[in-house]
Design a protein around this ligand. Structure first.
Ligand code: GLC
Ligand code: CA
Length: 579
Protein backbone atom coordinates (compact mmCIF):
# COMPACT_ATOMS: atom_id res chain seq x y z
CA UNK A 1 0.00 0.00 0.00
CA UNK A 2 1.31 3.45 -0.85
CA UNK A 3 0.81 6.26 1.60
CA UNK A 4 -0.54 9.59 0.44
CA UNK A 5 2.09 12.32 0.27
CA UNK A 6 2.19 14.55 3.34
CA UNK A 7 0.65 17.91 2.52
CA UNK A 8 2.14 20.83 4.38
CA UNK A 9 -0.97 22.72 5.45
CA UNK A 10 0.91 25.99 5.85
CA UNK A 11 1.26 25.93 2.08
CA UNK A 12 -2.42 25.41 1.39
CA UNK A 13 -3.58 29.05 1.47
CA UNK A 14 -1.28 29.80 -1.43
CA UNK A 15 -2.30 26.60 -3.21
CA UNK A 16 -5.97 27.58 -3.09
CA UNK A 17 -5.48 31.29 -3.82
CA UNK A 18 -7.21 32.03 -7.15
CA UNK A 19 -4.53 34.63 -7.90
CA UNK A 20 -1.55 32.31 -7.29
CA UNK A 21 -0.37 32.72 -10.89
CA UNK A 22 -0.19 36.50 -10.99
CA UNK A 23 3.31 36.77 -9.59
CA UNK A 24 4.41 33.17 -9.70
CA UNK A 25 7.93 32.03 -10.51
CA UNK A 26 7.28 29.33 -13.10
CA UNK A 27 10.00 26.82 -13.96
CA UNK A 28 9.81 25.21 -17.38
CA UNK A 29 10.78 21.56 -17.56
CA UNK A 30 11.62 20.05 -20.92
CA UNK A 31 10.83 16.53 -19.71
CA UNK A 32 13.01 14.47 -22.04
CA UNK A 33 16.08 16.40 -20.91
CA UNK A 34 15.50 16.90 -17.20
CA UNK A 35 16.14 13.64 -15.33
CA UNK A 36 16.17 10.02 -16.50
CA UNK A 37 14.99 7.49 -13.91
CA UNK A 38 15.49 4.26 -15.85
CA UNK A 39 18.72 4.69 -17.79
CA UNK A 40 17.29 4.80 -21.32
CA UNK A 41 18.82 8.22 -21.98
CA UNK A 42 15.44 9.98 -22.01
CA UNK A 43 14.17 12.11 -19.16
CA UNK A 44 10.87 10.93 -17.70
CA UNK A 45 8.13 11.67 -15.19
CA UNK A 46 9.62 9.54 -12.41
CA UNK A 47 12.81 11.55 -12.94
CA UNK A 48 10.86 14.74 -12.28
CA UNK A 49 9.18 13.28 -9.20
CA UNK A 50 12.59 12.39 -7.79
CA UNK A 51 13.68 16.00 -8.24
CA UNK A 52 10.73 17.58 -6.41
CA UNK A 53 12.89 18.28 -3.33
CA UNK A 54 15.35 20.10 -5.62
CA UNK A 55 12.50 22.16 -7.10
CA UNK A 56 11.17 22.95 -3.65
CA UNK A 57 14.59 24.05 -2.45
CA UNK A 58 14.96 26.19 -5.56
CA UNK A 59 11.88 28.11 -4.46
CA UNK A 60 9.74 28.10 -7.58
CA UNK A 61 5.93 28.29 -7.38
CA UNK A 62 4.95 26.29 -10.45
CA UNK A 63 6.31 23.90 -13.03
CA UNK A 64 5.40 24.29 -16.69
CA UNK A 65 5.85 20.90 -18.27
CA UNK A 66 6.57 20.86 -22.01
CA UNK A 67 4.66 18.11 -23.90
CA UNK A 68 4.86 14.68 -22.28
CA UNK A 69 2.28 13.02 -24.55
CA UNK A 70 2.92 10.06 -26.85
CA UNK A 71 4.95 11.40 -29.75
CA UNK A 72 7.36 10.28 -32.44
CA UNK A 73 9.36 13.43 -31.59
CA UNK A 74 9.27 14.92 -35.05
CA UNK A 75 9.21 18.24 -33.17
CA UNK A 76 10.41 17.51 -29.65
CA UNK A 77 6.97 16.34 -28.46
CA UNK A 78 5.04 19.22 -30.04
CA UNK A 79 3.74 16.56 -32.41
CA UNK A 80 1.14 14.88 -30.22
CA UNK A 81 -0.21 11.41 -31.02
CA UNK A 82 -2.73 11.28 -28.18
CA UNK A 83 -3.67 14.30 -26.08
CA UNK A 84 -4.96 12.35 -23.11
CA UNK A 85 -2.09 10.04 -22.39
CA UNK A 86 1.57 9.96 -21.35
CA UNK A 87 4.36 8.96 -23.71
CA UNK A 88 5.30 5.39 -22.68
CA UNK A 89 8.95 6.46 -22.93
CA UNK A 90 8.20 9.02 -20.19
CA UNK A 91 5.97 6.88 -18.00
CA UNK A 92 2.30 6.21 -17.37
CA UNK A 93 -0.75 8.13 -16.24
CA UNK A 94 -0.11 6.69 -12.78
CA UNK A 95 3.39 8.23 -12.87
CA UNK A 96 1.80 11.50 -13.91
CA UNK A 97 -0.56 11.38 -10.91
CA UNK A 98 2.32 10.56 -8.61
CA UNK A 99 4.35 13.49 -9.97
CA UNK A 100 1.40 15.88 -9.63
CA UNK A 101 0.78 14.78 -6.04
CA UNK A 102 4.46 15.21 -5.16
CA UNK A 103 4.56 18.70 -6.68
CA UNK A 104 1.37 19.72 -4.92
CA UNK A 105 2.60 18.38 -1.62
CA UNK A 106 5.67 20.58 -2.06
CA UNK A 107 3.46 23.62 -2.70
CA UNK A 108 4.23 23.65 -6.44
CA UNK A 109 1.54 24.12 -9.09
CA UNK A 110 1.59 22.28 -12.42
CA UNK A 111 1.06 23.89 -15.83
CA UNK A 112 0.67 21.53 -18.79
CA UNK A 113 1.58 22.41 -22.36
CA UNK A 114 -1.37 22.08 -24.75
CA UNK A 115 -0.79 21.88 -28.50
CA UNK A 116 -4.09 22.70 -30.21
CA UNK A 117 -3.01 24.01 -33.61
CA UNK A 118 -1.85 20.67 -34.93
CA UNK A 119 -1.77 17.03 -33.93
CA UNK A 120 0.92 14.63 -35.08
CA UNK A 121 0.48 12.63 -38.26
CA UNK A 122 0.28 9.52 -36.05
CA UNK A 123 -2.86 10.74 -34.24
CA UNK A 124 -5.83 8.37 -34.74
CA UNK A 125 -7.75 11.15 -36.42
CA UNK A 126 -5.07 11.79 -39.00
CA UNK A 127 -4.69 8.11 -39.80
CA UNK A 128 -8.46 7.95 -40.28
CA UNK A 129 -8.36 11.05 -42.48
CA UNK A 130 -5.72 9.57 -44.75
CA UNK A 131 -7.68 6.33 -45.09
CA UNK A 132 -10.95 8.16 -45.72
CA UNK A 133 -12.00 9.57 -49.09
CA UNK A 134 -11.92 13.19 -50.12
CA UNK A 135 -14.84 15.16 -48.69
CA UNK A 136 -15.32 12.73 -45.77
CA UNK A 137 -16.03 13.79 -42.20
CA UNK A 138 -12.65 12.34 -41.18
CA UNK A 139 -10.84 14.76 -43.51
CA UNK A 140 -12.88 17.68 -42.16
CA UNK A 141 -10.95 17.51 -38.88
CA UNK A 142 -7.86 18.70 -40.74
CA UNK A 143 -7.24 21.03 -43.67
CA UNK A 144 -7.32 19.06 -46.90
CA UNK A 145 -7.45 20.74 -50.32
CA UNK A 146 -7.11 19.68 -53.92
CA UNK A 147 -3.84 20.66 -55.53
CA UNK A 148 -3.53 23.17 -58.32
CA UNK A 149 -2.22 22.46 -61.79
CA UNK A 150 -3.61 20.09 -64.37
CA UNK A 151 -3.47 17.02 -62.14
CA UNK A 152 -3.43 18.62 -58.75
CA UNK A 153 0.35 18.30 -58.70
CA UNK A 154 0.92 21.81 -57.29
CA UNK A 155 0.21 22.77 -53.67
CA UNK A 156 -2.99 24.77 -53.02
CA UNK A 157 -0.79 27.77 -52.17
CA UNK A 158 2.94 28.50 -52.31
CA UNK A 159 3.23 29.03 -48.52
CA UNK A 160 6.31 27.96 -46.61
CA UNK A 161 6.17 26.27 -43.22
CA UNK A 162 7.75 27.87 -40.14
CA UNK A 163 10.45 25.20 -40.24
CA UNK A 164 11.17 25.82 -43.93
CA UNK A 165 9.94 23.98 -47.00
CA UNK A 166 6.34 23.94 -48.23
CA UNK A 167 3.41 24.27 -45.80
CA UNK A 168 1.37 21.73 -47.81
CA UNK A 169 2.05 18.03 -48.22
CA UNK A 170 0.51 15.78 -50.83
CA UNK A 171 -1.14 12.54 -49.74
CA UNK A 172 -1.43 9.22 -51.51
CA UNK A 173 -4.84 7.64 -51.98
CA UNK A 174 -5.68 4.07 -51.02
CA UNK A 175 -5.12 2.92 -54.61
CA UNK A 176 -1.62 4.39 -54.64
CA UNK A 177 -2.40 7.42 -56.79
CA UNK A 178 -1.44 10.90 -55.63
CA UNK A 179 -4.30 12.52 -53.72
CA UNK A 180 -5.17 15.74 -51.91
CA UNK A 181 -2.83 18.02 -49.98
CA UNK A 182 -2.99 18.91 -46.27
CA UNK A 183 -1.77 22.05 -44.58
CA UNK A 184 0.98 22.13 -41.94
CA UNK A 185 2.28 25.45 -40.62
CA UNK A 186 5.08 23.52 -38.87
CA UNK A 187 6.66 20.16 -39.82
CA UNK A 188 4.83 17.86 -42.22
CA UNK A 189 4.38 15.48 -39.28
CA UNK A 190 2.22 18.23 -37.67
CA UNK A 191 -0.99 18.53 -39.73
CA UNK A 192 -3.06 21.58 -38.78
CA UNK A 193 -6.42 20.86 -37.19
CA UNK A 194 -9.60 22.46 -38.54
CA UNK A 195 -10.95 24.65 -35.76
CA UNK A 196 -14.13 25.41 -37.75
CA UNK A 197 -15.11 21.84 -36.98
CA UNK A 198 -17.18 21.56 -33.74
CA UNK A 199 -15.81 18.07 -33.19
CA UNK A 200 -12.28 19.48 -32.85
CA UNK A 201 -13.51 22.10 -30.37
CA UNK A 202 -15.37 19.48 -28.32
CA UNK A 203 -12.38 17.22 -28.21
CA UNK A 204 -10.08 19.90 -26.85
CA UNK A 205 -12.58 20.80 -24.15
CA UNK A 206 -12.52 17.14 -23.23
CA UNK A 207 -8.70 17.22 -23.10
CA UNK A 208 -8.61 20.35 -20.92
CA UNK A 209 -11.16 18.77 -18.60
CA UNK A 210 -9.24 15.50 -18.52
CA UNK A 211 -6.05 17.18 -17.23
CA UNK A 212 -7.85 19.68 -15.01
CA UNK A 213 -9.67 16.81 -13.32
CA UNK A 214 -6.29 15.13 -12.79
CA UNK A 215 -5.06 18.16 -10.89
CA UNK A 216 -3.36 20.25 -13.56
CA UNK A 217 -3.51 23.86 -12.36
CA UNK A 218 -2.98 25.70 -15.63
CA UNK A 219 -2.11 25.43 -19.29
CA UNK A 220 0.47 26.88 -21.65
CA UNK A 221 -1.15 27.21 -25.06
CA UNK A 222 1.19 26.41 -27.92
CA UNK A 223 0.97 28.72 -30.97
CA UNK A 224 -2.23 30.18 -29.53
CA UNK A 225 -2.51 32.65 -32.39
CA UNK A 226 -2.85 30.19 -35.26
CA UNK A 227 -5.95 28.08 -34.54
CA UNK A 228 -8.63 29.83 -36.58
CA UNK A 229 -8.06 30.28 -40.30
CA UNK A 230 -9.79 31.87 -43.23
CA UNK A 231 -8.87 29.64 -46.11
CA UNK A 232 -11.56 30.77 -48.53
CA UNK A 233 -10.58 30.66 -52.17
CA UNK A 234 -8.62 32.05 -53.80
CA UNK A 235 -5.83 31.48 -51.29
CA UNK A 236 -3.42 34.40 -51.26
CA UNK A 237 0.15 33.90 -52.46
CA UNK A 238 3.18 34.20 -50.20
CA UNK A 239 3.77 37.64 -51.66
CA UNK A 240 0.39 38.70 -50.28
CA UNK A 241 0.91 37.04 -46.88
CA UNK A 242 2.51 38.57 -43.82
CA UNK A 243 1.62 42.07 -44.88
CA UNK A 244 1.99 44.29 -41.84
CA UNK A 245 -1.61 45.54 -42.14
CA UNK A 246 -3.01 42.02 -41.94
CA UNK A 247 -1.10 41.38 -38.76
CA UNK A 248 -2.35 44.61 -37.26
CA UNK A 249 -6.04 44.22 -38.07
CA UNK A 250 -6.45 40.46 -37.72
CA UNK A 251 -7.11 39.79 -41.39
CA UNK A 252 -4.15 37.46 -42.01
CA UNK A 253 -5.48 34.08 -43.20
CA UNK A 254 -3.96 32.14 -40.31
CA UNK A 255 -2.01 34.27 -37.84
CA UNK A 256 -3.84 36.05 -35.04
CA UNK A 257 -7.37 36.17 -36.42
CA UNK A 258 -10.00 37.76 -34.19
CA UNK A 259 -12.22 34.64 -34.15
CA UNK A 260 -9.60 32.74 -32.17
CA UNK A 261 -10.77 34.53 -29.03
CA UNK A 262 -14.15 32.80 -29.28
CA UNK A 263 -12.31 29.54 -28.57
CA UNK A 264 -10.54 30.96 -25.53
CA UNK A 265 -13.76 32.46 -24.15
CA UNK A 266 -15.20 28.94 -24.22
CA UNK A 267 -12.09 27.53 -22.53
CA UNK A 268 -12.29 30.24 -19.88
CA UNK A 269 -15.82 29.14 -18.99
CA UNK A 270 -14.48 25.64 -18.43
CA UNK A 271 -11.45 26.87 -16.44
CA UNK A 272 -13.72 28.89 -14.16
CA UNK A 273 -15.68 25.80 -13.18
CA UNK A 274 -12.68 24.73 -11.10
CA UNK A 275 -11.59 25.95 -7.68
CA UNK A 276 -9.27 27.68 -7.95
CA UNK A 277 -9.93 28.43 -11.62
CA UNK A 278 -7.46 26.86 -14.02
CA UNK A 279 -5.06 29.38 -15.50
CA UNK A 280 -3.63 29.73 -18.98
CA UNK A 281 -0.84 31.54 -20.75
CA UNK A 282 -0.76 32.07 -24.50
CA UNK A 283 2.30 31.55 -26.60
CA UNK A 284 1.34 34.12 -29.21
CA UNK A 285 4.02 35.74 -31.36
CA UNK A 286 1.71 38.56 -32.37
CA UNK A 287 2.06 42.26 -32.82
CA UNK A 288 2.47 43.80 -29.36
CA UNK A 289 -0.64 45.89 -29.90
CA UNK A 290 -2.74 42.73 -30.18
CA UNK A 291 -1.26 40.68 -27.34
CA UNK A 292 -3.63 41.95 -24.66
CA UNK A 293 -6.58 40.15 -26.26
CA UNK A 294 -5.07 36.79 -25.37
CA UNK A 295 -4.36 37.91 -21.82
CA UNK A 296 -7.84 39.21 -21.03
CA UNK A 297 -9.62 37.72 -18.00
CA UNK A 298 -12.39 36.52 -20.36
CA UNK A 299 -9.74 34.74 -22.40
CA UNK A 300 -6.59 32.90 -21.40
CA UNK A 301 -5.61 35.38 -18.69
CA UNK A 302 -1.93 35.73 -19.59
CA UNK A 303 0.17 35.93 -22.75
CA UNK A 304 3.91 35.61 -23.02
CA UNK A 305 5.74 38.82 -23.67
CA UNK A 306 8.99 37.90 -25.40
CA UNK A 307 10.23 41.47 -25.57
CA UNK A 308 13.04 41.15 -23.01
CA UNK A 309 14.07 37.84 -24.55
CA UNK A 310 14.57 39.63 -27.86
CA UNK A 311 16.31 42.70 -26.47
CA UNK A 312 19.98 43.47 -26.07
CA UNK A 313 21.40 43.86 -22.57
CA UNK A 314 20.69 47.57 -22.62
CA UNK A 315 19.21 49.89 -19.98
CA UNK A 316 17.05 51.94 -22.34
CA UNK A 317 15.66 48.89 -24.12
CA UNK A 318 14.83 47.19 -20.81
CA UNK A 319 13.20 50.30 -19.37
CA UNK A 320 10.91 50.92 -22.32
CA UNK A 321 9.90 47.25 -22.58
CA UNK A 322 9.10 47.05 -18.87
CA UNK A 323 7.13 50.29 -18.85
CA UNK A 324 5.11 49.33 -21.92
CA UNK A 325 4.26 45.85 -20.71
CA UNK A 326 3.27 46.90 -17.21
CA UNK A 327 0.92 49.51 -18.65
CA UNK A 328 -0.56 46.91 -20.97
CA UNK A 329 -1.08 44.40 -18.17
CA UNK A 330 -2.71 47.02 -15.98
CA UNK A 331 -5.09 48.01 -18.75
CA UNK A 332 -6.29 44.44 -19.30
CA UNK A 333 -6.27 43.11 -15.76
CA UNK A 334 -3.69 40.48 -16.67
CA UNK A 335 -0.32 40.24 -14.97
CA UNK A 336 2.90 40.61 -16.94
CA UNK A 337 5.02 37.68 -17.97
CA UNK A 338 8.80 37.89 -18.17
CA UNK A 339 11.12 35.43 -19.80
CA UNK A 340 14.72 35.23 -21.04
CA UNK A 341 15.11 31.58 -21.98
CA UNK A 342 12.96 28.68 -23.11
CA UNK A 343 13.21 25.54 -25.24
CA UNK A 344 13.07 27.53 -28.48
CA UNK A 345 15.86 30.06 -28.03
CA UNK A 346 19.59 30.21 -27.32
CA UNK A 347 20.20 30.28 -23.56
CA UNK A 348 20.55 33.83 -22.28
CA UNK A 349 23.90 33.19 -20.58
CA UNK A 350 25.22 32.57 -24.10
CA UNK A 351 23.27 35.29 -25.92
CA UNK A 352 24.74 37.93 -23.63
CA UNK A 353 28.27 36.67 -24.24
CA UNK A 354 28.23 36.44 -28.01
CA UNK A 355 31.25 37.94 -29.71
CA UNK A 356 30.41 41.52 -30.53
CA UNK A 357 31.68 41.23 -34.08
CA UNK A 358 29.26 38.40 -34.73
CA UNK A 359 26.17 40.03 -33.29
CA UNK A 360 23.33 39.68 -35.73
CA UNK A 361 21.14 42.67 -35.18
CA UNK A 362 18.38 41.62 -37.56
CA UNK A 363 18.02 38.04 -36.38
CA UNK A 364 14.53 36.89 -35.44
CA UNK A 365 13.35 33.89 -33.46
CA UNK A 366 12.56 30.71 -35.37
CA UNK A 367 8.94 30.52 -34.39
CA UNK A 368 7.93 34.16 -34.76
CA UNK A 369 4.99 34.83 -37.01
CA UNK A 370 6.17 36.45 -40.20
CA UNK A 371 6.29 40.18 -39.82
CA UNK A 372 5.04 40.01 -36.21
CA UNK A 373 6.75 42.11 -33.58
CA UNK A 374 10.07 40.59 -34.60
CA UNK A 375 10.92 43.73 -36.51
CA UNK A 376 10.31 46.16 -33.68
CA UNK A 377 13.24 48.02 -32.18
CA UNK A 378 13.15 45.79 -29.11
CA UNK A 379 13.25 42.71 -31.28
CA UNK A 380 16.63 43.49 -32.74
CA UNK A 381 18.47 41.65 -30.02
CA UNK A 382 21.18 39.07 -30.35
CA UNK A 383 20.08 35.72 -31.63
CA UNK A 384 22.76 33.13 -31.12
CA UNK A 385 21.31 30.70 -33.64
CA UNK A 386 22.65 32.57 -36.61
CA UNK A 387 26.01 32.74 -34.90
CA UNK A 388 26.02 29.00 -34.25
CA UNK A 389 25.05 28.35 -37.81
CA UNK A 390 27.95 30.46 -39.00
CA UNK A 391 30.18 27.93 -37.24
CA UNK A 392 30.42 29.86 -33.98
CA UNK A 393 32.30 27.85 -31.38
CA UNK A 394 31.62 27.89 -27.65
CA UNK A 395 35.20 29.10 -27.23
CA UNK A 396 34.23 32.29 -29.10
CA UNK A 397 31.62 33.12 -26.49
CA UNK A 398 32.61 35.17 -23.51
CA UNK A 399 30.87 32.75 -21.18
CA UNK A 400 31.93 34.66 -18.09
CA UNK A 401 30.51 37.95 -19.33
CA UNK A 402 27.42 36.18 -20.65
CA UNK A 403 26.71 34.55 -17.30
CA UNK A 404 27.47 37.71 -15.37
CA UNK A 405 24.95 39.64 -17.45
CA UNK A 406 22.47 36.77 -17.34
CA UNK A 407 22.56 36.82 -13.54
CA UNK A 408 22.14 40.59 -13.47
CA UNK A 409 19.25 40.39 -15.91
CA UNK A 410 17.62 37.54 -13.96
CA UNK A 411 17.80 39.45 -10.69
CA UNK A 412 16.14 42.39 -12.41
CA UNK A 413 13.48 40.11 -13.91
CA UNK A 414 12.73 38.47 -10.57
CA UNK A 415 12.14 41.90 -9.03
CA UNK A 416 9.51 42.87 -11.61
CA UNK A 417 5.78 42.75 -10.90
CA UNK A 418 4.14 39.82 -12.67
CA UNK A 419 5.17 36.26 -13.26
CA UNK A 420 8.69 35.10 -14.07
CA UNK A 421 9.21 32.15 -16.41
CA UNK A 422 12.52 30.32 -15.93
CA UNK A 423 13.89 27.55 -18.11
CA UNK A 424 15.45 24.41 -16.62
CA UNK A 425 19.21 24.70 -16.44
CA UNK A 426 19.37 28.47 -16.28
CA UNK A 427 19.64 28.20 -12.50
CA UNK A 428 22.93 26.38 -13.15
CA UNK A 429 24.14 29.18 -15.43
CA UNK A 430 24.18 26.71 -18.32
CA UNK A 431 25.49 27.86 -21.66
CA UNK A 432 24.03 26.84 -25.02
CA UNK A 433 25.66 23.70 -26.40
CA UNK A 434 27.02 24.70 -29.80
CA UNK A 435 29.08 21.63 -30.56
CA UNK A 436 26.37 19.07 -31.41
CA UNK A 437 27.38 17.08 -34.49
CA UNK A 438 24.91 17.22 -37.37
CA UNK A 439 24.35 13.48 -37.13
CA UNK A 440 23.09 13.86 -33.56
CA UNK A 441 20.83 16.86 -34.05
CA UNK A 442 17.09 16.24 -33.65
CA UNK A 443 15.29 19.49 -34.37
CA UNK A 444 13.25 19.74 -37.59
CA UNK A 445 14.10 23.44 -37.71
CA UNK A 446 17.64 22.29 -38.50
CA UNK A 447 16.83 19.53 -40.98
CA UNK A 448 14.14 21.39 -42.87
CA UNK A 449 16.12 24.59 -43.14
CA UNK A 450 19.57 23.48 -44.27
CA UNK A 451 22.05 26.29 -43.97
CA UNK A 452 19.42 28.67 -42.61
CA UNK A 453 18.63 27.52 -39.07
CA UNK A 454 20.82 25.64 -36.60
CA UNK A 455 17.75 24.52 -34.68
CA UNK A 456 17.04 24.39 -30.97
CA UNK A 457 18.91 21.31 -29.76
CA UNK A 458 21.60 23.40 -28.06
CA UNK A 459 19.28 24.48 -25.24
CA UNK A 460 17.70 21.02 -24.93
CA UNK A 461 20.76 19.01 -23.91
CA UNK A 462 20.07 16.91 -20.78
CA UNK A 463 20.98 18.71 -17.54
CA UNK A 464 24.16 18.01 -15.57
CA UNK A 465 23.26 17.01 -12.00
CA UNK A 466 26.67 15.71 -10.94
CA UNK A 467 30.20 16.58 -12.07
CA UNK A 468 30.96 13.03 -13.14
CA UNK A 469 29.23 9.72 -13.79
CA UNK A 470 27.35 8.62 -16.83
CA UNK A 471 25.59 11.61 -18.39
CA UNK A 472 26.58 13.83 -15.45
CA UNK A 473 23.90 12.37 -13.22
CA UNK A 474 21.10 12.87 -15.74
CA UNK A 475 20.61 9.11 -15.85
CA UNK A 476 22.57 5.94 -15.48
CA UNK A 477 23.32 5.31 -19.13
CA UNK A 478 23.88 8.18 -21.49
CA UNK A 479 21.78 11.06 -22.74
CA UNK A 480 19.70 11.46 -25.91
CA UNK A 481 21.71 14.55 -26.94
CA UNK A 482 25.48 14.67 -26.40
CA UNK A 483 26.64 16.56 -23.31
CA UNK A 484 29.96 18.40 -23.64
CA UNK A 485 32.77 17.91 -21.10
CA UNK A 486 32.41 21.44 -19.82
CA UNK A 487 29.01 20.46 -18.39
CA UNK A 488 30.88 19.10 -15.35
CA UNK A 489 31.66 22.62 -14.20
CA UNK A 490 27.96 23.53 -14.23
CA UNK A 491 26.68 20.48 -12.36
CA UNK A 492 24.09 21.10 -9.66
CA UNK A 493 26.14 19.07 -7.16
CA UNK A 494 29.17 21.28 -7.75
CA UNK A 495 27.12 24.38 -6.94
CA UNK A 496 24.99 23.09 -4.08
CA UNK A 497 25.91 24.97 -0.91
CA UNK A 498 28.69 26.88 -2.68
CA UNK A 499 28.57 30.54 -1.83
CA UNK A 500 28.27 32.69 -4.93
CA UNK A 501 27.34 29.82 -7.25
CA UNK A 502 24.58 30.49 -9.75
CA UNK A 503 22.37 27.85 -8.15
CA UNK A 504 22.69 29.44 -4.70
CA UNK A 505 22.12 32.85 -6.26
CA UNK A 506 18.82 31.66 -7.81
CA UNK A 507 17.78 30.06 -4.51
CA UNK A 508 18.43 33.25 -2.58
CA UNK A 509 16.74 35.42 -5.18
CA UNK A 510 13.64 33.23 -5.33
CA UNK A 511 13.33 33.02 -1.55
CA UNK A 512 13.69 36.79 -1.20
CA UNK A 513 11.24 37.38 -4.02
CA UNK A 514 8.60 35.36 -2.18
CA UNK A 515 9.27 37.31 0.97
CA UNK A 516 9.36 40.79 -0.61
CA UNK A 517 6.69 40.43 -3.28
CA UNK A 518 3.81 42.88 -2.78
CA UNK A 519 1.36 44.69 -5.01
CA UNK A 520 1.95 44.53 -8.75
CA UNK A 521 3.39 47.98 -9.17
CA UNK A 522 6.79 49.46 -9.77
CA UNK A 523 8.16 52.96 -9.54
CA UNK A 524 11.20 54.11 -11.48
CA UNK A 525 13.69 56.19 -9.53
CA UNK A 526 16.19 58.61 -11.03
CA UNK A 527 19.50 56.97 -11.89
CA UNK A 528 22.67 57.50 -13.88
CA UNK A 529 22.68 56.67 -17.59
CA UNK A 530 23.07 52.92 -18.10
CA UNK A 531 21.57 52.24 -14.68
CA UNK A 532 18.00 51.11 -13.95
CA UNK A 533 16.65 51.69 -10.47
CA UNK A 534 13.10 50.88 -9.42
CA UNK A 535 11.28 50.26 -6.21
CA UNK A 536 8.38 48.00 -5.31
CA UNK A 537 5.80 48.54 -2.57
CA UNK A 538 7.28 47.81 0.85
CA UNK A 539 10.61 49.43 0.09
CA UNK A 540 12.18 46.77 -2.13
CA UNK A 541 14.74 48.35 -4.48
CA UNK A 542 16.39 46.82 -7.53
CA UNK A 543 19.36 48.54 -9.17
CA UNK A 544 21.06 47.24 -12.33
CA UNK A 545 24.27 48.62 -13.77
CA UNK A 546 24.27 48.04 -17.54
CA UNK A 547 27.29 50.32 -17.96
CA UNK A 548 31.03 49.74 -17.78
CA UNK A 549 32.01 51.50 -14.55
CA UNK A 550 30.96 50.90 -10.95
CA UNK A 551 28.25 53.18 -9.53
CA UNK A 552 27.18 54.25 -6.04
CA UNK A 553 24.24 52.36 -4.58
CA UNK A 554 21.28 54.15 -3.00
CA UNK A 555 20.90 54.02 0.79
CA UNK A 556 19.60 50.76 2.20
CA UNK A 557 20.61 47.26 3.13
CA UNK A 558 21.86 45.09 0.25
CA UNK A 559 20.04 41.75 0.45
CA UNK A 560 21.11 40.29 -2.88
CA UNK A 561 23.81 41.00 -5.44
CA UNK A 562 24.24 39.13 -8.72
CA UNK A 563 28.03 39.60 -8.39
CA UNK A 564 30.16 40.83 -5.48
CA UNK A 565 30.12 44.57 -4.84
CA UNK A 566 33.43 46.41 -5.26
CA UNK A 567 34.32 48.88 -2.48
CA UNK A 568 30.63 49.09 -1.69
CA UNK A 569 29.83 50.08 -5.26
CA UNK A 570 27.73 48.28 -7.86
CA UNK A 571 30.10 47.08 -10.59
CA UNK A 572 29.33 46.75 -14.31
CA UNK A 573 26.80 44.11 -15.38
CA UNK A 574 25.46 43.62 -11.88
CA UNK A 575 22.10 43.90 -10.10
CA UNK A 576 21.61 44.49 -6.39
CA UNK A 577 18.44 44.38 -4.31
CA UNK A 578 18.13 46.64 -1.28
CA UNK A 579 15.52 47.00 1.41
C1 GLC B 1 5.81 26.44 -30.29
C2 GLC B 1 6.79 25.64 -29.48
C3 GLC B 1 7.83 25.08 -30.39
C4 GLC B 1 7.17 24.21 -31.43
C5 GLC B 1 6.07 24.96 -32.17
C6 GLC B 1 5.17 24.03 -32.95
O1 GLC B 1 6.38 27.58 -30.82
O2 GLC B 1 7.32 26.43 -28.46
O3 GLC B 1 8.79 24.35 -29.69
O4 GLC B 1 8.11 23.75 -32.35
O5 GLC B 1 5.23 25.65 -31.28
O6 GLC B 1 4.38 23.29 -32.09
CA1 CA C 1 13.97 7.42 -19.03
Amino acid sequence: MTTAPQVDLTLSPRMTDPDWWRQAAVYQIYPRSFADSNGDGIGDLKGITAKVPYLQALGINAVWLSPFYPSALADGGYDVDDYRNVDPKLGTLADFDEMTAALHAAGIKLIADIVPNHSSDRHEWFKEALAAPKGSAARERYIFRDGKGENGELPPADWTSVFGGPAWERTTDADGTPGQWYMHIFAKEQPDLNWDNPEVREDFLKTLKFWSDRGVDGFRIDVAHALTKDLSEPLPSTAELGVEGQLLDGSHPFWDRDEVHGIYAEWRRLFNQYTPPRTAVAEAWVHASRRARYASPEGLGQAFNFDLLQADFDADAFRSIITKNLAEAEATGASSTWVFSNHDVVRHATRYGLPKALELAEATPTVAAPGADANSEEAKGQDGKAWLLAGGKPSDVDAELGLRRARAATALLLALPGSAYLYNGEELGLQEVGEIPESERQDPAFFRNPGVDIGRDGCRVPLPWTADGSSYGFGSDGAHLPQPEWFAGYAASAQDGVDGSTLEFYRSALALRTELQGAETLQWLPSAADVLHFTRPGGWHSVTNFGTTAVELPAGKVVLASAPLVDGKLPADTTAWLV
